[in-house]
Write a protein that binds this ligand. Structure first.
Ligand SMILES: [Zn+2]
Length: 272
């Protein structure tokens, strides 16, 4: 599932190709991918608009348009945005194509059909409830401590809660907790200040590594040019089923935390 580093990579790599480009045609192969407004209104309001801006907030991509409308895309579980020549033959799993005025198109590939597009006047209806951006300077250890204070949920679940911190998903939560040597089932309120500082550092470190490696392609994530990211090759615990801890050699464990598959080292991350 694309998380902050994957969505940031998509944004960075689309940016130079889409800014100043006009949407000349829209092919909705599966129109369920448009969640708001109606398909007809989506089409008529988007057609002919020039893309003036592309930003990321949490796991959302936000395209600014000349009309002032915003096209908001969420890749959810299995989405990718591929930048291809407009003449590319349609293939399986392409749900929508936004054609641009430079003979290219943004091809929304989404095998599992959870991805979505919305066209709105104000992004706040969607992104205002998100927690702070973990790579912004205002995300300090104090802010993290505040977000975890008095919480009786497992730390892993708190990290996945987008209203608490934006952009972290299953893979990078496991990686951050391993890097900080904190067990995923520790309660938020049980973390010491020193552990929170360690976790804060670990979150930023694993997210930056993910971005520098252009995201992790453990399942169906592709970069806009169709290649895979390499961040998963550096994962220490996430998705390393049946392997041993790279630090101490103990067999890694897979447990469920609120129904999410969770990888950890039972020796480096002592049980609560
Ligand atoms: Zn270990």
């Amino acid at each position: 599932m694309p998380e902050l580093p994957e969505v940031e990579t998509v944004k960075n790599e689309l940016l130079p190709h889409v800014i100043g480009r006009c949407v000349t045609d829209i092919d909705l192969i599966w129109d369920g991918i448009v969640r708001f407004p109606s398909v007809e209104e989506f089409r008529s309001r988007l057609l002919g608009q020039t893309i003036t801006e592309l930003t990321r907030r949490g796991k959302y991509l936000i395209f600014g348009l000349t009309s002032g409308d915003l096209l908001i895309i969420h890749l959810k579980i299995s989405g990718s945005l591929l930048l291809r020549p407009a003449s590319t033959q349609n293939e399986r799993f392409i749900r929508a194509i936004l054609f641009l005025d430079n003979e290219t198109g943004i091809f929304f590939r989404d095998p599992r059909k959870f991805g979505m597009m919305r066209l709105v006047e104000d992004a706040n209806s969607i992104v205002a409830k998100l927690g702070p951006e973990p790579l912004e300077p205002d995300f300090t250890p104090e802010v993290l401590a505040q977000r975890l204070a008095n919480r009786t949920a497992p730390i892993k679940a708190l990290l996945l809660d987008q209203t608490r911190i934006a952009g972290i998903g299953n893979m990078y939560a496991d990686e951050a907790l391993f890097a900080a040597r904190i067990h995923s089932l520790r309660l938020g309120k049980s973390l010491s200040l020193e552990e929170i500082e360690r976790l804060h550092r670990a979150i930023q470190q694993v997210l930056w590594a993910g971005i520098n490696n252009k995201g992790a392609s453990v399942d169906s994530y592709f970069r806009p040019n169709g290649t895979q990211g390499t961040a998963h090759f550096e994962f220490q615990v996430a998705h390393r089923r049946g392997q041993t801890c790279p630090v101490c050699g103990t067999p890694l464990q897979r447990i469920l935390v609120r129904n999410r598959g969770t990888y950890l080292c039972p020796n480096c991350q002592p049980e609560p």
